[in-house]
Design a protein around this ligand. Sequence first.
Ligand SMILES: Nc1nc2c(ncn2[C@@H]2O[C@H](COP(=O)(O)OP(=O)(O)OP(=O)(O)O)[C@@H](O)[C@H]2O)c(=O)[nH]1
Length: 283
Amino acid sequence: MPIPAIQWYPGHIAKAERQLQEQVKKVDVVLEVRDARIPFATYHPLLATWIGNKHKLLIVNRVDAIPPTVRELWAEWFVSQGEQPFFANAQQGTGVAAISKAAQSVGVAINQKRKERGMLPRPVRAVVIGFPNVGKSALINRLLNKRVVESARRAGVTKSLRWVRISDRLELLDAPGIIPGRLDDQAAAVKLAICDDIGEAGYDRQRISAALIELCQELGYVAGFEDRYGSIPTTLSGEEYLHQLANEKYRGDLERTSHLILNDFRTGVLGSIPLELPPKSNS
Ligand SMILES: Nc1nc2c(ncn2[C@@H]2O[C@H](COP(=O)(O)OP(=O)(O)OP(=O)(O)O)[C@@H](O)[C@H]2O)c(=O)[nH]1
């Protein structure tokens, strides 16, 4: 498969990294959101350095977009790595109460220390961070129980910092921290593009939809293609299938067909499709 041309802007990345680090500095606990379809591609290798020894909660969002069996595999794998993941559907609010509770419980230890120093208790401070489009704003809205942060299918812009109180024990930065894309990993970048986590201007739609087809072949999630388009991309390459479908549906219009496939994947029309699976354990 040819390597798709993802374009990056180093200046923007440096600025986003600085902003994120500023936000992290101001809080006690970081709520890191990843996309359940691509938990690895929505992880940034420098994140641990940025977070330092602050508390972190790992939120695997869009759990509705993967099959329950795959969710279980990820749960086991994260636990084997010493992480305690919280699975959520921030759009519907599923799993959000447990996240709020876990964030508030971080405050217990903090206030115990404050008490020992003769200080009054204060709410624990948190920030939601993650790659674009993973569901940060939707999670913030659910935590706040109201719609104050704009949540939309597009790349976001961080606004000025403001605290919002969730309870007398928890305060949240109202602007999510955006983790900038990864320059160094093309395979991850392709998955981010497939999942709409990179602005459309940054990639070639035909190549990305061909890559999606091949990932579905590799992982064995092609049944939805048959239901939707009447054929399964088994023996064809991603590009060949794209051409075949374009000829059948849109008189060879590859752009339109690519748009259709990507949109069908993103909206779940092709079914629950994970684009990554956890590594198999050796035991
Ligand atoms: N199916 C599903 N959709 C979700 C979920 N969480 C968020 N979404 C949708 O995904 C889209 C992006 O969500 P946002 O909350 O705007 O994502 P974000 O991370 O704040 O995005 P940026 O502002 O680009 O950084 C919206 O259309 C949400 O409704 C989820 O758990 N499941």
